[in-house]
Ligand binder design. Structure first.
Ligand SMILES: Nc1ncnc2c1ncn2[C@@H]1O[C@H](COP(=O)(O)OP(=O)(O)OP(=O)(O)O)[C@@H](O)[C@H]1O
Length: 265
């Protein structure tokens, strides 16, 4: 592992079994090259943690390990205390892990509310045909609740394909919430969103953990957004965890500043 100035590896202490998400000694190597290097962090219930790091630091790779798209070379992942290291992505999702991707996954030719209702129905496992014939009121009610939470209720009847970027991001979050996740992995939610739309989206993202029992781990390059919403900030550098602390402490950390030398922090 390489850290600036021969530095140190950070760990984020707290309870392994009480954490909403516990990552312990997680490594992923390609050949001899460590892409994710002995990362340990714990995300608490209701906590909002940002994951930052220079380009190529391993943030997406860490998300891929946590969501099960990649198998680690070493280490463990626990969700709500349960060891999920060997489980397929869909089984982790059933246990409460939800992830957004940088690319959009909405049905553009369906309305906003139809997209969310289908996602709620899919989570509940009923036949789509039955839902289409006679709207299941509890599905519709839950879809409406979710649209309110992401502040998209005024656009419920709009075709998803007609939404602005920021609205589409809200819809993606709504689809994620339809899976009733306890831990949300958000991958650059502000990417491609116009400056005017950012504050409204930040308000939705910030609300995801507020008194909900959910936890969020968010990769985001916009530092103003990170400082606005995160309880703690984890910093990856060359695949290793360089720091995990409050936003103020991380910003003041000379190791972090050195890691970002020449890049915007
Ligand atoms: N499947 C792969 N095969 C080979 N190298 C890979 C693979 N996946 C990732 N890498 C390498 O691992 C390193 C970390 O990549 P990763 O995409 O996880 O970084 P990141 O922090 O998400 O970067 P960015 O901020 O640019 O999205 C990079 O050097 C990348 O080239």
């Amino acid at each position: 592992m390489t850290t600036p100035a021969g530095g140190r590896a950070a760990t984020a202490p707290t309870g392994t079994l009480t954490a909403a998400l516990a990552v312990e000694g997680l490594s992923w190597r390609i050949g001899a090259v460590p892409i994710v290097d002995d990362v340990t962090l714990h995300l608490e219930p209701d906590e909002f943690m940002a994951l930052i790091g220079p380009n190529g630091a391993g943030k997406t790779s860490l998300f891929n390990l946590i969501s099960g798209l990649r198998r680690p070379s070493a280490g463990r992942i626990r969700l709500g205390g349960e060891d999920v290291t060997a489980l397929a992505p869909y089984r982790r999702a059933r246990l409460g892990l939800g992830r957004t991707f940088q690319t959009s996954a909405v049905f553009g030719s369906l309305t906003v509310s139809e997209n969310v209702a289908l996602a709620v129905q899919a989570r509940r496992g009923g036949a789509m045909r039955a839902w289409r014939k006679r709207a299941d009121l509890s599905v519709v009610a839950r879809a409406e609740e979710i649209l309110q939470e992401v502040r998209l209720e005024a656009r419920a009847a709009a075709l998803a394909g007609s939404l602005a970027h920021g609205e589409k991001r809200k819809l993606e979050i709504a689809l994620l919430l339809a899976g009733e996740p306890r831990v949300l992995l958000l991958d650059e939610p502000m990417a491609g969103v116009s400056a005017e739309e950012v504050p409204a989206l930040v308000a939705v993202v910030r609300g995801l953990t507020a008194g909900t029992g959910r936890s969020v781990l968010m990769v985001e390059h916009h530092m103003d957004v990170v400082l606005d919403v995160a309880d703690r900030v984890a910093v990856l550098h060359h695949g290793a965890l360089l720091a995990c602390d409050t936003p103020a402490a991380v910003m003041a950390d000379p190791f972090v500043q050195e890691a970002y030398l020449g890049e915007e922090l």
